[in-house]
Design a protein around this ligand. Structure first.
Ligand code: ZN
Length: 271
C-alpha cells in the first residue's frame, strides 16, 4: 500500500518538474527587468508563438522579441508560449513626487500659439517613433550617454509651478553646457530637430525592434537623419534648450510608445 503511494508521489514529482523545466528553459531565453519601467528582450525560435497578456508578440527575422512594462503595469504578466501558460510577477518600483517651481510660466501653461507648436512637435516625434527597423540593432549593453549627476529619474510624479503634470518619462543627467553626449548603443538617427517647445534641440535614435532613445535640451547636434551610429559615437552636446531650468540631458526611451526606464536598461545585460 505504502509503496503504491510512493510511486504516485514520485510520478507527480517528476511530472511537475518536467513542466517546470519547460518554464525555466523559456525564461532563460529572456533578459531584462520584470518590473515597472522595465524592458525585456527574448531570443527564441522564429516559429514560436508567443502571446503576452493577450498581445500576440512579433518575433523578428533574427529571432528576437521585446516587451516593455510601463510605470503602472499590473502585478503580474501572463505568457502563452506555444500553448503553455506561465506567469511572472512584476516588481513595482516606487516613484517619488518631484516639485519644480522656477519654470517660466509659458513653459508650464502654454499659450494658444505655443499649443500649435506643441502639437506639431508631437506629430514629428510620433512619426520618428513609428516604422522602427524590425531587426535588433542594439547590443547587450547600454551605456549612459553623458557623465554627470543624475538630477531626475524615470516615473516621478511632476508638479511644475504647483500644477500636476504627467510623470517624468526619462533620465535627467546634469552636466555643463557643451559636454559631449555619446550614443548609448547602436542605432539609426530618425529625427533631428531644433527648438521644439518642450524638448528644445532634439535627436531620436532608433535601436531597432521598436526601441528608441530621445535626447532633449541639446546645445549642438552632430548627426543627421538617416545616419547609422555605433555605440559611443559623438551625437550631440548638453544644453538647456526647450523646457529646462539648467543644462542637462533628458534621455527618454520608448518601446512602441511605452515609456521605458533608461536606468533599468543600462543596468540590464540584454542580448
Ligand atoms: Zn527630463
Amino acid at each position: 500500500m505504502l509503496k503504491k503511494y510512493n510511486f504516485i508521489f514520485i510520478l507527480i514529482f517528476f511530472f511537475s518538474n518536467w513542466i517546470r523545466a519547460d518554464e525555466i528553459n523559456f525564461f532563460k531565453k529572456i533578459r531584462g527587468c520584470f518590473c515597472t519601467g522595465g524592458l525585456i528582450v527574448g531570443k527564441v525560435d522564429r516559429s514560436d508563438k508567443i502571446v503576452i497578456d493577450g498581445k500576440s508578440i512579433k518575433i523578428s527575422e533574427d529571432g528576437f522579441f521585446v516587451f516593455g512594462f510601463d510605470r503602472n503595469y499590473q502585478n503580474s504578466v501572463n505568457f502563452n508560449v506555444n500553448g503553455q501558460k506561465y506567469t511572472r510577477n512584476i516588481e513595482k518600483k516606487k516613484y517619488k513626487v518631484e516639485r519644480i517651481n522656477n519654470l517660466p510660466k509659458r513653459k508650464v501653461e502654454p499659450s494658444k500659439d505655443d499649443l500649435d507648436q506643441i502639437i506639431k512637435d508631437q506629430k514629428k516625434i510620433k512619426l520618428a517613433k513609428k516604422n522602427s527597423i524590425n531587426r535588433k540593432i542594439f547590443s547587450n549593453k547600454f551605456r549612459l550617454p553623458v557623465e554627470g549627476r543624475i538630477s531626475g529619474v524615470y516615473g516621478s510624479q511632476r508638479i511644475l509651478n504647483k500644477i500636476p503634470k504627467r510623470p517624468h518619462y526619462g533620465l535627467d543627467i546634469a552636466a555643463p553646457k557643451g559636454k559631449k553626449i555619446f550614443a548609448p548603443n547602436n542605432g539609426v538617427v530618425t529625427m533631428s530637430a531644433k527648438n521644439m517647445f518642450f524638448t528644445g534641440n532634439t535627436v531620436i535614435l532608433d535601436h531597432g525592434l521598436g526601441l528608441i532613445s530621445i535626447f532633449a535640451h541639446l546645445e549642438d547636434i552632430f548627426v543627421e537623419v538617416g545616419e547609422a551610429v555605433e555605440v559611443g559615437k559623438l551625437i550631440a552636446s548638453v544644453g538647456m534648450t526647450g523646457r529646462a531650468t539648467g543644462p542637462h540631458l533628458h534621455w527618454g526611451m520608448y518601446l512602441s510608445n511605452i515609456p521605458i526606464d533608461p536606468m533599468l536598461v543600462v543596468e540590464a545585460n540584454l542580448f
